[in-house]
Design a protein around this ligand. Structure first.
Ligand SMILES: [Zn+2]
Length: 233
């Protein structure tokens, strides 16, 4: 069997599986022992761990789920307007290794962006750069498979950088600028300093640090944990 036939066979198999059971895969992370440092004036930030996910533009939704398909909201996320959709896709890398049940996050975006961890990238056989959201130039090519079709997208896959969503009021109070890089301290069983954390300021944000599953597992953080901003860089 040639490679094209093999890809087609695998794609069909994945699509059949997506159609037969699309229940979300729930990831359980260990409880964080990290406690907020209550020193006066400490810049304490709650943490949310981002599991691999995709943001889709309408042309890709049309291909993966059918023309004119609208995403179905499963639940609202913490940041206003953001939601987890019922829809999931399968990610396929060049070695034909795949990750299934990857959650689509809404709302629909102008550009499709796939966010994975380094561990996911190794699983898929992809070399994926660490990037701030939206900086897709030179990022990895990946194949998405949905129930109605598949698409291979150049420059679409990143490992999201560590970042903190900061409301404008806190940013002013803490002397933080948009796109500034800071260091944060993690307490608990595996204390650590995490550097090159991007500050993102908006009136629309609620205060929250986003890290991926690799970072979270490495330093023993889970959703509900806290870090402290210790330093500008
Ligand atoms: Zn974020």
């Amino acid at each position: 069997m040639n490679e094209a036939a093999l890809v087609e066979l695998i794609t069909k198999e994945v699509m059949a599986q997506l159609n037969s059971h699309s229940l979300p895969h729930t990831k359980t992370l260990p409880d964080s022992k990290a406690q907020p440092n209550l020193a006066v004036g400490a810049k304490i930030v709650p943490v949310s761990v981002s599991v691999r996910h995709v943001h889709l533009a309408q042309p890709e939704i049309d291909i993966l789920f059918g023309k004119g398909h609208r995403l179905h909201k499963q639940k609202d996320l913490y940041q206003p307007g953001e939601f987890a959709a019922e829809e999931v896709v399968t990610l396929v890398g060049p070695k034909l290794r795949s990750l299934s049940n990857v959650r689509v996050l809404g709302p629909v975006r102008p550009h499709t962006q796939i966010e994975v961890s380094r561990t996911d990238a190794v699983t898929l056989g992809l070399n994926v750069p660490v990037r701030p959201s939206g900086l897709l130039k030179g990022s990895a090519t990946i194949t998405l498979v949905g129930p109605k079709g598949s698409i291979t997208l150049p420059e679409s896959c990143i490992i999201a950088n560590r970042h903190i969503h900061v409301p404008a009021t806190e940013a002013k109070q803490w002397g933080l600028q948009d796109d500034q890089r800071v260091m944060v301290r993690v307490d608990g069983d595996r204390p650590a300093l995490l550097g090159d954390v991007q500050i993102r300021v908006s009136d629309k944000f609620k205060l929250m640090m986003h890290i991926d599953t690799d970072d979270a597992n490495a330093v023993g953080l889970a959703c509900g944990g806290y870090v402290e901003i210790v330093d500008g860089e």
